[in-house]
Write a protein that binds this ligand. Structure first.
Ligand code: HEC
Ligand code: HEC
Ligand code: HEC
Ligand code: HEC
Length: 171
C-alpha cells in the first residue's frame, strides 16, 4: 500500500516537471542508426554537415575564418562554444551534425523502432524523438554562428540534411 502511494506521488511529481524528466535518453551515434537506415546514412555522409567538426581544425576554411575575425591557425576543437554547434553533444567524441543533432538523443526511441514495427509517431516522440522542423535547425543556424547570414528552412531542408526516402506511413 505504502509503495503504491509512493509510486503515485512519484508519477504526480514527474508529471509536474514534464514528461522529458521521466527518462534520460543518451546519444548513441550515427553508426547505430545506420544498421536500419542505410540509405539515409549514406546520403547524410555526403553532406557538409556530417563533416562539420573538421571545420574547427587549424588550416580549414582559412579565408572564411579570417574574414569572420577568427584565428585561422588556431585549433578550435576544444572550444566549448564552437563544439556546441559542430558536434551532437558539445563534445569531440560525437563529431559533426549527426542524426541525433536533428532527430533527438536515440537510446530510448531506438528501442521502440527495434521492437514495435507498428509504432506511431507519438510513441517515439514520447521517447525523445524529434521530427525536425525549422526550430531544430535554428539551434545552430542563428546569429551566434560567426558565419551566419540568413537561413531559409524550405530550401535548406532539401539541400542540407540527407535525401528523403518513402516511409511506411504519412504524418
Ligand atoms: C533496429 C532498427 C532501427 C534502428 C537501430 C533505428 N531505427 Fe529509425 N526506424 C526503424 C523503423 C523500422 C522505422 C519505421 C520505418 C518505416 O516507417 O518504414 C524507423 C523510422 C525512423 C524515422 C522516421 C519516423 C517517422 O515516423 O517519420 C526516423 C527519422 C528514424 N527512424 C531515425 C532514426 C535514428 C536517428 C536512429 C538512431 C538514433 C534510428 N532511427 C535507429 C528502425 C530503426
Ligand atoms: C548541431 C548544429 C546544426 C544543426 C542542428 C543543423 N545544422 Fe545545418 N549546418 C551546421 C554547420 C556547422 C554547417 C556548416 C557546414 C559547412 O560549411 O561545411 C551547416 C550547414 C548547413 C547547410 C549548408 C550545407 C552545404 O552543403 O552547403 C545547410 C543547407 C543546412 N546546414 C541545413 C540545415 C537544416 C535544414 C537543418 C535542420 C533540419 C540543420 N541544418 C540543422 C550546423 C547545424
Ligand atoms: C550557434 C551555432 C554555432 C557556433 C557557436 C559556431 N558555429 Fe560554426 N557554423 C555554424 C553554422 C550554422 C554554420 C553554417 C554557416 C552559417 O549559417 O552560419 C557554420 C559554419 C562554420 C564554418 C564554415 C564557414 C564558411 O563560410 O566556410 C566554420 C569554419 C566554422 N563554422 C567554424 C566555427 C568556429 C571556429 C566556431 C567557434 C569560434 C564556430 N564555428 C561556432 C554554427 C555555429
Ligand atoms: C540536419 C538535420 C538532419 C540530420 C543530421 C539527419 N536527418 Fe533525418 N531527417 C531530417 C529531416 C528534416 C527529415 C524530414 C522530416 C519530415 O518528414 O518532415 C528527416 C527524415 C528522416 C527519416 C524519414 C525518412 C526519410 O528518408 O525522410 C529517416 C529514417 C531519417 N531522417 C533518418 C536519419 C538518420 C539515420 C540520420 C543519420 C545518418 C539522419 N536522419 C540525419 C533531418 C536530419
Amino acid at each position: 500500500m505504502m509503495k503504491r502511494i509512493a509510486l503515485i506521488m512519484m508519477v504526480v511529481t514527474f508529471s509536474c516537471v514534464g514528461v522529458n524528466n521521466l527518462f534520460a535518453a543518451d546519444y548513441v551515434g550515427a553508426k547505430r542508426c545506420k544498421m536500419c537506415h542505410m540509405k539515409q546514412f549514406k546520403s547524410w555522409r555526403n553532406t557538409a554537415m556530417s563533416k562539420a567538426f573538421e571545420l574547427l581544425k587549424p588550416g580549414e576554411r582559412t579565408e572564411a575564418k579570417t574574414a569572420a575575425g577568427l584565428d585561422a591557425g588556431k585549433d578550435y576543437t576544444t572550444d566549448a562554444v564552437c563544439l556546441g554547434c559542430h558536434t551532437v553533444n558539445g563534445k569531440a567524441d560525437m563529431p559533426g551534425v549527426q542524426c541525433e543533432a536533428c532527430h533527438g538523443a536515440g537510446s530510448e526511441y531506438m528501442k521502440v523502432m527495434m521492437t514495435n514495427r507498428d509504432f506511431k509517431l507519438a510513441d517515439i516522440e514520447a521517447k525523445g524523438f524529434v521530427l525536425p522542423n525549422e526550430a531544430t535547425c535554428k539551434k545552430c543556424h542563428n546569429e551566434k554562428s560567426p558565419f551566419y547570414k540568413s537561413f531559409d528552412f524550405a530550401t535548406a531542408k532539401d539541400k542540407g540534411t540527407h535525401e528523403h526516402f518513402k516511409m511506411r506511413k504519412e504524418h
